[in-house]
Design a protein around this ligand. Structure first.
Ligand SMILES: [Mn+2]
Length: 508
């Protein structure tokens, strides 16, 4: 058999017309039921309307992105670009290569058109022969009419995209979310070159490039997510509820995690099981850090053992099918009881978190949260004699003086949370750190203290202790709601949580 023939047979290509007819025949008719409209559809329509109003007369291109190769002929599970998910309401694994186009109308509004790859007929080679997209291999997809009903927008075949892109939109032009699909962006750049080199200028009088104009669109779509609508808030509640289930399961599984060795991986697996079971998966790689590993801020290798005297820092969140994710951290005494030194550090971080949470209210600045929490951290470090001689709390908090406390807490206290774990990342500093908190914003409050095992500046009893406590806060009209409050936070409540899980009565 030639290499060519072998390949052909391996991939199931028809060897003759008879085979093709055989494959295409005698399947039950497809369902003609109209799919229900997605619950997210009306909210997605409002978001598209906002984008339309911001860019009248312009064609806006928001790609879902394509499949990413993991290795050879295996792809990663598909996750659409967050801007695409937000504007369509499509979530987990939908729809690779799709492109949302807001097509300008004469009256300044836009028609929403979803170009995608609809289900192929059973008489096509794709049906049985295409291992990346074919129904035999990866399952059925909706047809054009199905997705129009589901999302309440217009749908066209992806093969018509090039023609749609080529239509003249006059002098105002086309914008694309560049990191959505790099190939499509490159193709569009080639087409747009002539049209946009006309020397348009921005507010500061600088000549705008194509990229600048695209970045304005991405920035708009990112900052649009700063304040969540009621549907998004409900998704976040679901994500956090599922996350609490995962944390409960981890606590219940700690005895096995110790017994099996490589306990951090065991914990990652237990949380991942519940994330995958209840949602789309984890919203980011879980940090399962026992003992000194907790002092590596993004410890996602999770290769370590868990010892009974350790603190286990678990930073994990479930991403639900709509792709909204929780982001919660608890630091758990594996034995069920904090040692005196562990409790001292834990209670300090808790006090800092309480101060941070108290600062979450409308009208306060986003940066007030960090300022409040880090002051409490600095006070404890000073009281424990860890700051250099002559450096008091005010001195270390003064940015011009070097922020000595950052040796033990280098990260920020808060970030926006939503479709991305670090949501609204394209917001400018004044729209993020410097902005006022508004009802509907969802953000984390997550101070920590990290004393590395080899830190000779700290007393020996504190070395190897790392603590972070992280909750997800919704800004309300008169303050905030801790969406993750179901997961215990104080040192005594955490001990009771573990004791209850083991069927023991909590220590008084
Ligand atoms: Mn976080």
């Amino acid at each position: 058999m030639s290499e060519e023939q072998h390949k052909a047979d391996h991939r199931g290509r028809p060897s003759n017309d008879e085979f093709r007819a055989f494959i295409a025949a005698s399947w039950a008719p497809r369902s003609t039921d109209k799919p229900a409209q997605a619950l997210a559809a009306p909210y997605a329509a409002l978001r598209r309307a906002a984008a339309s109003a911001a860019f009248p007369g312009e064609r806006l291109v928001i790609p879902a992105g394509g499949l990413k190769v993991r290795s050879n002929d295996c792809d990663y599970v598909f996750r659409p670009h967050s801007a695409f998910a937000h504007l369509t309401g499509l979530g987990s694994d939908r729809e690779p290569d799709a492109v949302l186009v807001l097509e300008p109308r004469q009256d300044g509004s836009h028609e929403s058109i979803l170009y995608f790859r609809p289900l192929a007929g059973r008489d096509t080679e794709e049906f049985f022969g295409d291992s990346r997209y074919g129904e035999f291999w990866v399952g059925a997809r909706p047809g054009l009419a199905d997705i129009e009903d589901e999302l309440a927008l217009s749908a066209r075949h992806i093969d018509e995209l090039a023609e749609g892109m080529g239509k003249d939109v006059g002098s105002t032009g086309i914008r694309i979310v560049r990191d959505g699909d790099r190939d499509l962006t490159a193709a569009l750049d080639a087409v747009r070159d002539g049209a946009t080199a006309t020397g348009e200028t921005d507010e500061a009088g600088q000549t705008q490039t194509i990229r600048d104009r695209d970045d304005e669109l991405a920035h708009f779509l990112s900052t649009m997510r700063l304040v969540k609508d009621e549907w998004e808030i409900a998704q976040m509640r679901d994500a956090i509820r599922a996350t609490a289930t995962g944390f409960d399961a981890v606590i219940a599984g700690l005895p096995q995690a110790l017994a099996h060795g490589r306990g951090e991986r065991w914990v990652e697996g237990i949380f991942g099981l519940h994330a995958r079971h209840q949602g789309n998966g984890v919203g980011y790689d879980s940090i399962c850090a026992s003992g000194d590993h907790a002092n590596t801020l993004h410890w996602i290798k999770n290769t370590g053992d868990i010892a009974s005297g350790d603190l286990l820092l678990l930073d994990a969140g479930v991403e639900v099918d709509s792709l909204f994710t929780a982001d919660v951290t608890r630091t758990l005494p594996v034995s069920g009881r904090f040692t005196e030194a562990q409790r001292k550090v834990y209670d300090a971080v808790y006090a800092a978190q309480e101060a941070g949470i108290a600062a979450v209210k409308p009208g306060a600045k986003f940066s007030d949260i960090h300022d409040a929490a880090i002051r409490v951290i600095a006070e404890h470090l000073h009281a424990w004699g860890l700051l250099p001689e002559g450096v008091d709390v005010e001195t270390t908090l003064d940015k011009d003086n070097g922020n000595y406390h950052r040796r033990w807490m280098v990260h920020g206290t808060s970030h926006h949370l939503g479709l991305d774990v670090h949501d609204c990342a394209l917001a400018l500093r004044e729209e993020y750190m410097g902005s006022e908190l508004k009802p509907g914003m969802i953000l984390t409050v997550e101070p920590g203290l990290y004393f590395k095992a080899d830190d000779l500046l700290v007393p020996e009893e504190l070395r190897g202790i790392g603590v972070r406590i992280e909750d997800d806060m919704l800004v309300t009209v008169d303050g905030c709601e801790n969406l993750s409050a179901a997961m215990p936070r104080t040192s005594t409540d955490v001990e009771s949580w573990i004791a209850n899980s083991r069927g023991l009565t909590a220590m008084p």
